[in-house]
Design a protein around this ligand. Structure first.
Ligand code: MTE
Ligand code: MO
Length: 319
């Protein structure tokens, strides 16, 4: 914990430094005529989409019930500005992330379930119906985007897992491979990245397991081959490159919660009226623009999720 405290300055869940670096770099790239080249970088050798074993599942039917309410963030912007600390504590990890091997990729389902199981990612994809949803995403650092995710409801995974009645939480865990992910050699972080939700949250219709984006299998920097999207919560809850789902009766402690318990809580629901200890959450910068817009309660998804938190007024629901 002491080490973590000393490294506090290094936790860029604070917008200023990473964005300045990013903007400078884009300006440099634009000047050098390299933006197009950078965009190609997220499809190495231009061939990833063809060779992905799940490529034939795309594009999936769009579910029109989910309206983005915003312009979709251009793919080349979104694919080159990511949070994925396994590959570095800055935004331009898209090239480093290409080192991640996404096949074979086994998913472990364990804990309070009738039968623990391990299944290959493509076997899991065969058990569900993929659809496209246009979602907003609000990072705790006060930037936001809108993205066409493809995937299936987290509720489908809960159904496949058949948790016991005592299971009240779902804990999720990212891969652990410091040889591939240089960020995981930074031993002051509590790897692997973990996150957790209640079963009620996991089975809410908005909770979405993402397998693709922009009409193709998920690019590695987005958290291939399987990541979560919880659009009413701050982005750090949307864990990437998931390897393990554990059903439990104990509230899980997440990665960011163990790094900074005063700053990042279990619930992390978006609320413009509850500032982060180091900055306001009242507004957000739309990624790829200079535009700032007011942040909405539950990131605008209150109608779908406010009911989950009835009677929980004593919980720190908004950090
Ligand atoms: N495993 C893992 N998952 C993660 C993160 C991470 O560093 N590691 N960053 C989180 C944060 S802070 C955000 S905002 C989103 C970013 O998703 P994006 O890069 O697809 O925009 O991923 C979340 N999931
Ligand atoms: Mo984030």
């Amino acid at each position: 914990m002491n080490i973590i405290k000393r490294r506090r300055w290094e936790i860029p869940h604070d917008q200023a430094t990473p964005e300045a670096v990013f903007l400078d770099r884009r300006r440099f790239l634009a000047g050098a005529g390299l933006i197009a080249g950078a965009a190609v970088g997220f499809l190495p050798h231009g061939a990833r989409a063809e060779t992905d074993p799940s490529a034939s599942l795309y594009p999936a039917r769009r579910n029109e019930a989910f309206k983005p309410g915003r312009e979709i963030t251009p793919e080349e912007i979104n694919s080159t500005y990511n949070n994925f600390y396994e590959f570095g504590s800055h935004k331009r990890i898209f090239q480093a992330a290409q080192a991640l091997k996404i096949r074979p990729w086994e998913i472990r389902i364990d804990g309070l379930v009738d039968k623990e199981m391990t299944l290959g990612i493509d076997d899991l994809f065969a058990k569900v119906a993929l659809e496209e949803r246009l979602y907003r995403h609000r990072c705790v650092e006060a930037w936001s985007m809108a993205i066409p995710w493809t995937g299936f409801p987290l509720a489908d995974l809960v159904r496949i897992a058949q948790p016991k009645a005592e299971a009240t939480y779902l804990r999720m865990e990212t891969f652990l491979d410091p040889d591939v992910a240089s960020g995981q050699r930074q031993t002051w972080y509590p790897w692997p990245y973990t996150e957790g939700v209640t079963i009620a949250e996991a089975t809410n219709d908005l909770a979405f397991l993402v397998t693709g984006a922009y009409g193709k299998p998920l690019a590695k920097q987005f958290g291939a081959p399987l990541r979560l999207a919880l659009p009413w919560k701050y982005g750090f809850k949307s864990i990437k490159s998931i390897r393990r789902f554990t059903f439990t009766a104990e509230r899980p402690t997440s990665f960011w919660q163990s790094v900074g318990p005063d700053e990042y809580g279990f619930w992390a629901n978006v609320n413009p009226q509850v500032p982060h200890p180091r900055w306001s959450q009242a507004s957000e910068r739309i990624l790829g623009t200079d535009e700032r817009v007011p942040t909405q309660l539950f990131n605008g998804y209150a109608q779908e999720v406010a009911g989950l938190y009835k009677g929980m007024e004593n919980e720190p629901l908004y950090r």
